[in-house]
Ligand binder design. Structure first.
Ligand code: ATP
Ligand code: MG
Length: 257
């Protein structure tokens, strides 16, 4: 069969997709209002069912990069693909269900934990049963006693797990996490890390996690990309981090370890 132009591109994307690429980033660039380059022609393949770590110095563009993946800002069309489809061609709410996101600090809505977990499906007209809510809480390592608690009664670590359960209620295929444990104590951090590893193992979820903690990345990530000044300078396995060649990456890794 012969392909040309768009047909060829679609064919290639479909092939990559079959081989297990969940998201592709191609030439992603962002320039600020003041004409400063925040991201510069970023290319990355995010394989299906892996935990991809993103590390780099403060201000290197990690959050900006992550936020492009579910269109919290609008990337140029042709720069981010989900299962081979340009995310700019998807309905944005649908995209954000498929590509869920968790931030550094959880922002729960008013009401109970159960209200929070039910929120996403309710927008689609689906009311989760009590059992479904309990299952989602369990998935986020929360026992049934949390069901009726108010968000304001929770510690930050517990609230972060509720935020995770609320995101999981949308049955995402990809989870984006921007320093999800940086405000948490070591035990809450371990709880979240365990949940992430389980989601990957049991559900084949694809996870992209930005972290300041090299140790965390080494504990849970399968691949790590190093972002420096808005560019991906290296993509490595976690155990190879000490072999990074880029001078800024080396300096960052030395100072962080
Ligand atoms: N909306 C915006 N307008 C202008 N500049 C921005 C905007 N958002 C981010 N920036 C700039 O882009 C750069 C990257 O910011 P970003 O928040 O993505 O970095 P980061 O790697 O997540 O940093 P940190 O580790 O501190 O969270 C920074 O220099 C920041 O000042
Ligand atoms: Mg950030």
């Amino acid at each position: 069969m012969e392909y040309s132009g768009d047909g060829l591109r679609e064919h290639l994307l479909a092939m990559e997709h079959e081989n297990g690429t969940k998201m592709e980033v191609r030439g992603l660039t962002k320039v600020s209002d003041k004409d400063v380059r925040i991201l510069s022609k970023v290319n990355l393949d995010i394989p299906k069912g892996v935990i991809m770590g993103v590390i780099g110095p403060s201000g290197s563009g990690k959050s900006t990069f992550l936020r492009a993946l579910n269109r919290l800002w609008e990337p140029d069309s042709g720069s981010v693909f989900l299962d081979g489809v340009d995310i700019c061609d998807l309905d944005v709410l649908n995209l954000r269900r498929k590509v869920g996101m968790l931030f550094q600090l959880p922002a729960l809505f008013e009401g109970t934990v159960a209200d929070n977990v039910r929120y996403g499906p309710q927008l689609k007209g689906k009311k989760l049963t009590d059992i479904e809510v309990y299952k989602l809480l369990a998935l986020a390592d929360l026992d049934s006693s949390f069901y009726g608690k108010a968000g304001s009664e929770l510690s930050v670590g517990q609230a972060q797990r509720v935020a995770l359960a609320r995101t999981l209620a949308n049955e995402p295929e990809v989870l984006l996490l921007d320093e999800p444990t940086s405000a948490l104590d070591p035990i809450s951090t371990q709880n979240i890390e365990d949940v992430l590893v389980k989601l990957k193992r049991d559900r084949g979820m694809t996870i992209v996690i930005v972290s300041h903690s090299i140790k965390q990345i080494q504990r849970i990530a399968d691949d790590v990309c190093l972002l420096v000044n808005g560019e991906i300078v290296e993509i490595l396995k976690p155990h190879q981090l000490s072999e990074a060649k880029h001078p800024m990456a080396q300096k960052f890794l030395q100072l962080s370890s």
